[in-house]
Design a binder for this molecule. Sequence first.
Ligand SMILES: NC(=O)c1ccc[n+]([C@@H]2O[C@H](COP(=O)([O-])OP(=O)(O)OC[C@H]3O[C@@H](n4cnc5c(N)ncnc54)[C@H](OP(=O)(O)O)[C@@H]3O)[C@@H](O)[C@H]2O)c1
Length: 291
Amino acid sequence: MARIAIVGPGAIGGSLAAWLHQTGRHEVVLCGRRPLSGLQVETEAGTVALPTAVLTRPAEAPAVDWIVVATKTYDAAGAAAWFPALGATGAPVAIVQNGVEHRARFAPYVAADRLVPVIADLPAERVDPQRIRQRGPGLLTVTDDAHGRMFADLFTGTAITVTLTDDFTSAAWRKLCLNAAGVISALLLQPAGVMRDAALGDVARDLVREGIAVGRAEGAVLADELVEDVIVSYRRAPPDAVNSLHADRAAGRPTEIDARNGAIVRFGARHGLPTPVNRMAVALLAALSAR
Ligand SMILES: NC(=O)c1ccc[n+]([C@@H]2O[C@H](COP(=O)([O-])OP(=O)(O)OC[C@H]3O[C@@H](n4cnc5c(N)ncnc54)[C@H](OP(=O)(O)O)[C@@H]3O)[C@@H](O)[C@H]2O)c1
């Protein structure tokens, strides 16, 4: 029995909470910004109800065995406000977010040996604040070390697959390269089907090629074939699929552009690598979002 806090009970946090809850082995503590009486999570295996009230005051949170952060990347400081109470006994902190800067983002708040970066391949969306829909199978990737294996054990008996890797850097950059192409949909406010256009496909290839070059400079092992793999995966996706960058811009919310294409630009600059296509995408999205 572990007591697990989910900080950020949104699409990803809610889905993970539902699966952890239904094992019957864990006590799930939901930590959010809105006072909800519980969550309904529609998973492939049916709907899981979490009759657990969402806590909204960090000072009132109990100490837990695990902290799982699933806020958006730009909400790191708010998420960290929960750490003193939840982590009073030194709980490890799993960061389930996009990008490649899980550790750097939370370094100001938690000792490095408590941080557990997690990559999520788990399509989920919030239908309303209390209702979450998980649209496909869930895969999490963590480093194959003591904390990674403990984290994986939490999900035993769930439909969430946790993969252990000895090369987290490569896995994270691979996901970032995939996400990099998604900015095209966010700029055009058009779902994944737009990637079937030949000219836009070429722009996507350039976005990914820059990501690969920068990722390699960061030590990631990335095959040249990743470029076509990314194109194929967007073109095979349902044409009406909306990625989160697109959804956030369409809804007028902040976006994770800085953690995605912005990271390619920033890391590229550190290595003296030009990233003109990602740079333009970041600038265009900022300008459009400010209108
Ligand atoms: N959704 C996907 O399919 C998917 C797939 C792979 C990776 N990811 C990544 O997973 C991460 C989470 O994404 P998501 O889609 O789950 O986002 P989301 O649905 O917006 O959920 C984020 C949650 O964090 C809450 N939150 C924000 N600040 C908080 C704070 N200070 N304390 C407690 N809770 C706080 C939000 O509260 P409010 O209710 O107030 O907004 C919301 O419930 C992102 O990095 C995303 O890129 C998402």
